[in-house]
Design a protein. Structure first.
Length: 198
């Protein structure tokens, strides 16, 4: 099965919308205030409940798992242009670490640095909020994450740090963790502001 440059596994069948979480109004209100960064005509911003359908649709179009998107203890970012969703990335939060996931760029917008921009926005936020490390899981996009500053680490380390993260639970349940490659970035090593335009 082919893979994309994302942190999720691909599936051969689309996921039913019934598998998506129901979010409460308190969570929507909590995430409705966010910063917006405009780069040319593209806008990068923190996602909110109103973005759920567009994010899950983009993930499903590329056969990626949408479970856990915008659940409590997660934060997502989107890049859009003229109301078209170009990219999304999420963080699932633990006590001191975060799991970067659902990193995707729609096919016509790939190769322009949009994914890097959004991932950097998320990592900048995590560092500012005091998280010490960011992890991601990938089997075919490892070179991308290495270029971004991640280093290979044991999958068991991710499980120990982020045992309650929705993606870790899902991958454990599906038996996928043994086939994953884990990556870690010490956020003290992350240079905040990489997301700033040159």
């Amino acid at each position: 099965m082919a893979r994309l440059q994302t942190t999720d596994l691909l599936l051969s069948e689309p996921i039913s919308a019934l598998a998506l979480p129901v979010l409460n109004d308190a969570y929507h209100e909590q995430t409705s205030a966010f910063n917006i960064r405009s780069i040319g005509t593209m806008i990068c911003r923190k996602a909110n409940f109103a973005d759920l359908e567009r994010i899950t649709s983009l993930l499903q179009e590329e056969d990626l798992r949408p479970e856990g998107v915008l659940e409590p203890s997660t934060h997502y970012w989107v890049a859009e242009e003229a109301d078209k969703l170009l990219s999304s990335v999420g963080l699932e939060l633990g006590a001191k670490s975060a799991l970067l996931r659902s990193a995707i760029v729609e096919p016509q917008s790939r190769g322009q640095g949009i994914g890097r921009q959004l991932a950097t926005e998320a990592l900048d936020w995590a560092k500012k909020e005091g998280f010490r490390a960011a992890y991601c899981l990938s089997t075919h996009a490892g070179s991308y994450w290495l270029r971004l500053g991640f280093r290979v680490c044991p999958v068991d380390e991710v499980g120990a740090e982020l045992k309650d993260a929705p993606q870790m639970g899902l991958f454990h349940e599906l038996g996928w963790l043994p086939t994953e490659v884990a990556f870690k970035m010490h956020l003290s090593d992350h240079t905040a502001g990489l997301s700033q335009p040159n």
